[in-house]
Structure formats: structure tokens, C-alpha cells
Design a binder for this molecule. Structure first.
Ligand SMILES: [Zn+2]
Length: 484
């Protein structure tokens, strides 16, 4: 291709323009099945950190990084802004995919004026497709909910779960407490209602593996979220749940749509816990591998892989002279034995500096300097002003900052970040997922592939402002800054 041809590549086709006509035709086709994989709260920099970590921890690279090097895959970034903020939460982000409309943070498929939007799995089910949600969060959490529920408040998980009955064929993840009548505030027997509707209910990994693939499934493997991979609980791995779901929903001639979420990548980032985050990112990558292998065998399946938003944007710093210490620092992450989630229990309330040193040495193989242990102990005791970054001025934030001296990996805060996320797609229908993709475009493309003609109502940020509170409206000083 000469210079003139390169500059005549049509906008939006990107690398696909370098493929043969047959390859482009294959990518432009219509998929029978759709698998949508989400590493929740994965800042784009995690792609490199996970690749490096996978190589040193397991002697092999990640499937996602390999996709980046696959000329037949579509690769791009995604604008995931919410209606009321350039920084998105999982519920508004997943709702944009699930309904085609941007909404405010903390809601699920509901416009600011209360209008309910129809989620994609409800439409898919009505069109005869099989449907599945697989996650390491509670199954009623924001990201799965954005595909299958409409709810004013994302926190009303006990109400979100009820909407899945008959709408989602295979539901796997955590969240027993939202179905168990003994644990629900309203004492409603949600579990019994699912059983009545023909669902088999399993709560143990062994029972999942021998369950009946032909029947609807509600698999709930923990009371809340599924424990972090690093904490090695007796629960199915995300890859095992994804494998089960594929076997369960793939038998239909009409195809299926399924969401697979690595949810705890986000939670570890909120904790500034790089070890917990990377082990869960690898668990997500294993699940992605199961999906890609399935798609490669079938040839009729679109696999989209992305994240709903960045979170605290971790990065490996240059450490030591000529940065030659960075690799050695990063390798120390391998020694971590448990996630930060378990640390408060291990440290106890108001730990002494000596106790902090002892626990971190035993659990992380790192001997903190006296002043570092003291800073963590004081933050754990509730003292403020230990971190000048107010977004990290709590015990785990301070611990994350202190450990960054040893790991070389630092976080920008403990909240979501407004980055473009990485998006990759393979298989028929993957062609348009290239370049800069807008989150709301996902819905229109996926419904078109499924032969569904449905458009949900939407609002511009300006229209939404009149329904927002005065305080929120004041914060939206320049709503057009993040587009419509
Ligand atoms: Zn989050």
C-alpha cells in the first residue's frame, strides 16, 4: 500500500482496511451469539500491568493483550461518560450499553425524569434468544443489572433480582442475601419464586459442575460478592462459571446473548490493592479465554471485551537509577498472600505500628520503614491528614501509598476515573467496534444483530439538568463539555 492509499483509508475502518475483502466480509457479518465481557473498573494501563504480571506469575501472556496483536480483531477505545458526569459508575455505564441511552450515575436504565428504559436482555428474551449473566459481584450488582433490569436506585438489589426471573436463563455469581427470605428485609421468598419458575438453585461449586445444563439456573456462590481470587475461597472461578453458562445457553437455534463480568478488578482498585487487582484481572482473562475458544470453535459468535470505566488509574513508576528497579519492585507483588479486604480483620481496630509491620511482613513479605508503619497505624486509627491526596486519606489508601514505594505501582485516588476504556471485538459483527466507540452505540448494534427494532428514549445533559437537584445542577457547570 502506498502513501496515497494509506491516506485514502475510509474513516472508521482503521486496521480493518488492511484486511483482505474476505476477512472484512467475515467481520461485517451478523453474529448468531453475542458474548460481552467486562473487566469492571479496569483503567487502560492495567492491560500492560496484567500482561507483565501474567508472564512472571504464570509464564504466559494474556488473551486480551494477544487480541491487541490480532489483525482480524477490532480494537479501539470507548467513551463511557455518564449523563451527569464525565466520570461514570457501573450502573450508568452498563445501562448505556443495555439501553442505548446515557443516564445519571447510581441508577439502572431509568432516565432522570423516572422514565424506565427496556434493557437489552428483556428484548433478546422476547425475540427468542437465550440470555445469561455471569459475574464475580452479586448477580444483582450494577453491571449485570444494566443488561437486565430497570431500577431507580442501583442499591435496591433485592428488587433488581426479582426482574431476572423468566428474563435471564442462566444467572451465576454472588448475592444469596438478596434471594434468601431469611435475609431479605421484606422476607419475600425470592429463591422459592425462582424455583417455582423452573430454575435450579445451586450454591456450591460441586453442584454447579454436575447441574442440568438444559434447565434455567440461579447459581449464588456467596452471600455478597464472590471473594477475591487471591483469597482462594472454595467458589467457582469466573472461567468455570462462564464455561457452564456457555454450555447452558448455546444449544438454541436462535442464539444467545451473555454478559461476563470480572467485577472485583474494580473493588481491588477502590482499595488501591494491586495484588488483589491483578489476580482478578487474570481470572477475568481466563474467562475471556473460555469465551474466545468457544467463539473460535463456532465461528458464529461475536465476543466484545471492554471495561465500563477506569478506576484509580494504576501505573508502574520508574524506580531506581535509569528505572532499572521497576521490574524488581513489580515482582514483589507475587509474594502477596491475601487481598486488602482481609487486612482490617488481620490488623484489628487501632493497630500499633509494630502490629502493622508484623502483618505486612507476614502477608506481603515486605518490611515497612518505621515511619511508614506509623502512618498506616495512624490512618487505621482514624487520623486524617496522613495523605495529602484527600482521595486516599484512609487506612487502605495510605497503605497503598506506602506499598507503592516497594511495588512501584501507584494509584491516583480511590475512585473511578474518567478515562477512555479499551474495547476489542472479534467474530462476525466486530467491524464497527474500532476507533473511538461511544458506549450508547453498543445497544443499537447488538439489537440490530439480533433483529430487534427498538429505540429507548434518551435525554441530553441539558434536558436532564432540570430533573437533577439544584446542587447537582450547579456541579454541571459545563454540561456540553462531555458531549450529548
Ligand atoms: Zn467501582
Amino acid at each position: 500500500m502506498n502513501r496515497r492509499q494509506i491516506f485514502s483509508v475510509p474513516m472508521g475502518l482503521g486496521a480493518s482496511a488492511l484486511l483482505s475483502p474476505a476477512q472484512v466480509k467475515a467481520k461485517a457479518g451478523r453474529p448468531k451469539n453475542i458474548i460481552f465481557c467486562v473487566s469492571d473498573g479496569m483503567s487502560p494501563g492495567v492491560l500492560m500491568l496484567a500482561e507483565y504480571f501474567s508472564r512472571i506469575a504464570r509464564g504466559k501472556g494474556t488473551r486480551w493483550a494477544a487480541l491487541m496483536n490480532d489483525m482480524t480483531a477490532s480494537r479501539g477505545v470507548q467513551d463511557v461518560a455518564a449523563l451527569n458526569s464525565p466520570v461514570t459508575d457501573s450502573s450508568s455505564s452498563s445501562s448505556a450499553w443495555g439501553s442505548g441511552s446515557r443516564i445519571n450515575n447510581a441508577q439502572v436504565n431509568v432516565l432522570p425524569d423516572g422514565t424506565k428504559l427496556t434493557p437489552i436482555l428483556e428484548l433478546a428474551k422476547a425475540a427468542g434468544r437465550r440470555t445469561a449473566l455471569v459475574t464475580t459481584a452479586t448477580v444483582t450488582h450494577a453491571t449485570p443489572a444494566g443488561f437486565a433490569a430497570s431500577q431507580e436506585r442501583r442499591d435496591d438489589e433485592h428488587l433488581i433480582g426479582l426482574q431476572y426471573k423468566g428474563r435471564v436463563d442462566c444467572i451465576l455469581g454472588g448475592g444469596q442475601k438478596f434471594f434468601d427470605p431469611a435475609k431479605r428485609k421484606d422476607k419475600r421468598d425470592a429463591e422459592g419464586e425462582f424455583r417455582q419458575a423452573g430454575y435450579q438453585i445451586v450454591k456450591a461449586k460441586g453442584d454447579l459442575l454436575k447441574a442440568d445444563r438444559s434447565k434455567p439456573m440461579l447459581g449464588l456462590f456467596s452471600d455478597g460478592h464472590i471473594p477475591f481470587t487471591l483469597d482462594k475461597a472454595a467458589v467457582p472461578a469466573l472461567a468455570e462459571m462462564a464455561g457452564y453458562a456457555l454450555e447452558a445457553v448455546s444449544g438454541s437455534s436462535k442464539g444467545f446473548i451473555m454478559q461476563v463480568e470480572g467485577a472485583r478488578v474494580d473493588h481491588a482498585a477502590h482499595n488501591n490493592d494491586i495484588a488483589g487487582q491483578l489476580w482478578d484481572q487474570l481470572a477475568f482473562d481466563d474467562a475471556l479465554g473460555v469465551c474466545l475458544d468457544f467463539a473460535a470453535r463456532k465461528g458464529d459468535t461475536l465476543v466484545i471485551t471492554t471495561s465500563d470505566h477506569g478506576n484509580a488509574s494504576p501505573g508502574l513508576n520508574g524506580m531506581g537509577p535509569e528505572y532499572t528497579e521497576s521490574g524488581k519492585c513489580f515482582e514483589r507483588i507475587l509474594k502477596a498472600k491475601s487481598s486488602f479486604e482481609l487486612l482490617p480483620r488481620m490488623l484489628g481496630s487501632r493497630p500499633t505500628a509494630a502490629r502493622v509491620r508484623e502483618v505486612i511482613e507476614a502477608d506481603r513479605g515486605i518490611v515497612l520503614a518505621a515511619a511508614e508503619a506509623e502512618a498506616v497505624a495512624q490512618a487505621a486509627g482514624g487520623r486524617k491528614g496522613i495523605s495529602l491526596n484527600r482521595g486516599q486519606d484512609v487506612a487502605l489508601g495510605v497503605l497503598g501509598l506506602v506499598l507503592s514505594n516497594y511495588y512501584g505501582v501507584g494509584y491516583t485516588g480511590m475512585n473511578h476515573t474518567g478515562e477512555y476504556t479499551t474495547i476489542t471485538a472479534t467474530g462476525p459483527g466486530s467491524l464497527p467496534f474500532e476507533g473511538l466507540v461511544r458506549n450508547t452505540d453498543v445497544f443499537g448494534r447488538l439489537t440490530r444483530y439480533m433483529g430487534i427494532n427498538h429505540k429507548n428514549p434518551s435525554m441530553t445533559p441539558e434536558q436532564a439538568m432540570q430533573f437533577n437537584s439544584k446542587v447537582a445542577a450547579a456541579r454541571l457547570s459545563a454540561p456540553s463539555a462531555w458531549g450529548v
